[in-house]
Design a protein around this ligand. Structure first.
Ligand code: PNS
Length: 163
């Protein structure tokens, strides 16, 4: 039986920390779906299609394993996607106790709803301070985001806007 897992998130935008977790998770499962999901609690910077496109390019650029599928989901519950594709595991990156507190209720609800288990993974500590919200803020104020995001994202967000 092949093990299918999903790495869900806003990915607004994808960071080097996300890519690190995706790379580690791709080594553990037969098939890994990286799923861009709308978070009702957040105001998005980029549309879902744009985030999917940047993620696809970043995964390709970083030469992550070939068992990774990048896609978006805006049709309802995350666990409905898992059921549709036969995934039994969600993978979340944990940077700190704050992430544990944020992720734990979602993990329990997702298990209650559909029996989908959540696996927490520790990213490289080098990325522990990196978040998409920090990247959005630095980029919006003209700072250099290249240490925090894949090159394709830095290029996209730091591209001068046309008049
Ligand atoms: O990167 P984020 O914003 O922390 O990811 C959170 C996300 C998008 C995975 C979460 O908000 C989510 O699962 N949204 C889908 C709606 C859903 O299924 N909610 C019920 C389970 S918590």
């Amino acid at each position: 039986m092949s093990r299918i897992a999903v790495v869900p998130g806003s990915f607004d935008p994808v960071t080097k920390g996300h890519l690190d977790v995706i790379r580690r998770a791709a080594d553990l499962f037969d098939e890994l779906h990286v799923l861009v999901v709308h978070n009702p609690g957040k105001t998005a910077l980029l549309p879902i299609a744009q985030r999917v496109s940047l993620l696809e390019q970043a995964v390709r650029e970083a030469r992550v394993a070939g068992n990774v599928i990048v896609t978006g989901w805006s049709m309802g519950l995350l666990v409905d996607y898992c059921t549709d594709v036969g995934a039994s595991v969600l993978v979340k990156g944990i940077r700190s106790q704050v992430d544990v507190a944020y992720e734990t209720p979602m993990a329990i609800v997702n298990r209650d709803l559909a029996g989908v288990e959540t696996v927490f993974m520790l990213p490289d500590p080098a990325h522990a301070h990196v978040s998409s919200s920090l990247v959005r803020q630095v980029a919006s104020l003209g700072g250099d985001i290249t240490p925090y995001v894949p090159p394709v994202v830095a290029e996209f967000l730091q591209r001068p806007t046309e008049e």
